[in-house]
Design a protein around this ligand. Sequence first.
Ligand SMILES: NC(=O)c1ccc[n+]([C@@H]2O[C@H](COP(=O)([O-])OP(=O)(O)OC[C@H]3O[C@@H](n4cnc5c(N)ncnc54)[C@H](OP(=O)(O)O)[C@@H]3O)[C@@H](O)[C@H]2O)c1
Length: 289
Amino acid sequence: MKKVMITGATGMLGRALVNTLKPTFEVIGTGFSRASDSISKLDLNDQEAIYQFLDTHQPDILIHAAAERKPDVCEQSPEQTLALNVQATQFLAQQCKTRKIRLIFISTDYVFDGTQAPYIENSATNPMNFYGQSKQQAEQAVLVCSELHSVIRVPVLYGDVTHLAESAVTVIAEQINETIPSEHDHWAIRYPTHVEDIALTLKDLLKQPESLGGIFHISNHQAMSKYDMACIIAEHRNYPRSLLTPQPTPSQTAQRPYNCALKDTRLTKLGISHQRDFSIAIKHILSSQ
Ligand SMILES: NC(=O)c1ccc[n+]([C@@H]2O[C@H](COP(=O)([O-])OP(=O)(O)OC[C@H]3O[C@@H](n4cnc5c(N)ncnc54)[C@H](OP(=O)(O)O)[C@@H]3O)[C@@H](O)[C@H]2O)c1
């Protein structure tokens, strides 16, 4: 059984990866502040600790999902962002190459500026905010290091959350109310993708006989604004839709791209697709909160 190490295993995507890959692979998850009995603590800013961890566990595959992924936090803490998102990724890429570990690096649709959607895997990147720039630099470090390493770009994610504010999608359920009006972005187009669909796709990719380096796009195909998502959530909660106001212009601190639709041409050729209906999936998640 192949050994898969997953960084960011305490995070929203990492938890889904651990659960989905566990029956098929020997999984070693690492986290940081939320490490537990089953998830090892590994500070990715500590190169000596990474070195020792890899020596001890000797994984065949490393899925690197840990990152600072909140654009506003990235703008406010550029040094910490570069250390975790870029320098740690570069060190992991070099270590994986030396140790012949297959590296799968999780990146973002925010490496694009959103003006020329849809984007294929080799479309030119041009990030609009510091988070996107840090992930673009990390992608370059990974791709330059080895042609066997993979970069996986994903759009806004949702799934089982520890608290509603954990995802930019489920937080909308906290922002809407039965009696108080609220405004929601109706400018940017998003493709909310369930973390379990990302995990199932990666599981299929890992089963491919040949090593598949380079860039892959994984994305749900349903396009919607945050206002559209708010309407679906309001319907589920039986809140009046009249209390939701669409906001026609962008409002967040760090600049966001307009439409980063990711075309998954490589996955399509491989016949790999995991898509679920947003409306059904979000209702399921909110019912269990
Ligand atoms: N969420 C999205 O909408 C979205 C969209 C596009 C791309 N992505 C990408 O998808 C990946 C996973 O995102 P996510 O939403 O699952 O992230 P998340 O929930 O914010 O989790 C971040 C993870 O990074 C870990 N981490 C933070 N600092 C660390 C350090 N110094 N050393 C080791 N680990 C550290 C955290 O560990 P502790 O919590 O234990 O400290 C946590 O496991 C990221 O690469 C992100 O850029 C996410």
